[in-house]
Ligand binder design. Structure first.
Ligand code: ZN
Length: 133
């Protein structure tokens, strides 16, 4: 069994051929991909993976803690294969996401939390655009 298959099994996911294909694109190196980008990457390979399978597999990976879903706007999200907490630069023109290491950014002050809540995580997105020339 290959490395990707055993990674899926360790997370309680049965490694079907199609799930392994999705995982090979998404999990082998740290990437940020939208479902559409993932789909078009997968379409470069001879064996077809349907759009429905890609969406179902992404949801499964999110539910089992293999990737994180980051919402860019109501219509779009990217799937991040780096599971440790970190921040992002987001290029508003290209949609490209780039990681910011947690130690590169510090927050001076936190707002008072809503009553009865505790912090689950803090992720900062710094939106950037190409410099005006
Ligand atoms: Zn990231």
């Amino acid at each position: 069994m290959n490395e990707v298959s055993s990674l899926l099994e360790r997370h309680g996911i049965r490694p079907t051929q199609q799930r392994v294909k999705v995982a090979e694109v998404l999990l082998v190196a740290p990437v940020h991909l939208t479902a559409e980008q993932l789909l078009s990457t997968l379409r470069q390979f001879p064996s077809r993976v349907s759009k429905a399978t890609v969406y179902n597999t992404l949801k499964l990976f999110v539910d089992h803690g293999l990737v994180r879903q980051i919402h860019l706007d109501p219509e779009r999200c990217v799937y991040d294969s780096a599971m440790t907490p970190h921040h992002h630069f987001q290029n508003v023109e290209t949609g490209e996401m780039r990681d910011i290491r947690p130690d590169e950014l510090t927050l001076e002050r936190m707002p008072t939390l809503p009553p009865g809540t505790e912090i689950d995580g803090v992720e900062v997105v710094i939106r950037v655009r190409p410099q005006a020339s």
